[in-house]
Design a binder for this molecule. Structure first.
Ligand SMILES: [Zn+2]
Length: 226
């Protein structure tokens, strides 16, 4: 806690004054333009990696950047999605997975989760991509399997996202776009899912970026790019 408390003191003394006007402007009202759903992993800092300001991103974090399908569980994730889309009117939702994800490692080695019933239960919303990788990509090296699972999981969670009524309404009205990202911790690179090719491609600041589009049947996991 020492480091955290010292950080709060330094923030109040040295950092906050630089943001004083900005915080005064947003203190009574927020207008984030995107919902950013990512893993709880300590190495991912959404505002840092997107260079966004306080007030820009509505953020939802959980182990494995998982979005349970609508109705399967009513909890923090579904409430955050509903509120950000229906009330705050975010225009984009990004589901951001990442390299070296402990949740995805756990999926590849379920034995390691035996003493973690809460994690095990939560990860069942990633069962489709896990099964697809184990059935169709078991010949790959562990590192390649892990990367494939990280990507497949992002696509599956985007499919789950579409089942939420607020999201479905936004997509039908053309007021909402979905994006699937994978962030690489050691390089800082971000790749985005391109529905047309089924691949994750580097994001380019000159373009709006690939937008996720529906394909295939619900729950039908098609392996990406390999
Ligand atoms: Zn993770």
């Amino acid at each position: 806690m020492k480091k955290i408390l010292a950080g709060v003191a330094r923030f109040q003394k040295e950092v906050f004054p630089q943001y004083r006007d900005h915080f005064a402007k947003i203190a009574g009202r927020q207008e984030p333009f995107a919902l950013f759903i990512t893993c709880a992993d300590s190495r991912i800092l959404p505002n840092l990696l997107t260079q966004t300001e306080p007030g820009d991103l509505f953020i939802c974090r959980d182990v494995g950047n998982i979005v349970p399908p609508f109705g399967s569980v009513y909890g923090g994730v579904s409430a955050t999605i509903e509120y950000s889309v229906a009330v705050l009117r975010v225009r984009d939702i990004i589901v951001c997975g990442h390299s070296d994800c402990g949740a995805m490692r756990g999926l590849l080695d379920p034995e390691s989760l035996k003493a973690l019933p809460g994690v095990l239960e939560w990860l069942r919303y990633s069962e489709d991509p896990r099964r697809a990788v184990m059935e169709h990509a078991s010949h790959l090296s562990y590192a390649d399997k892990l990367q494939l699972l990280i990507e497949e999981n992002v696509v599956t969670q985007l499919e789950h996202l579409r089942t939420h009524p607020a999201v479905a309404n936004g997509l039908a009205a053309g007021t909402l776009n979905l994006h699937g990202w994978v962030y690489e911790i050691e390089t800082g690179h971000v790749r985005a899912y391109e529905s047309e090719t089924g691949k994750f491609v580097p994001v380019n600041e000159d373009e709006a970026g690939p937008v996720y589009r529906e394909s295939g049947e619900e729950g039908d996991v098609e392996l990406l790019c390999r």
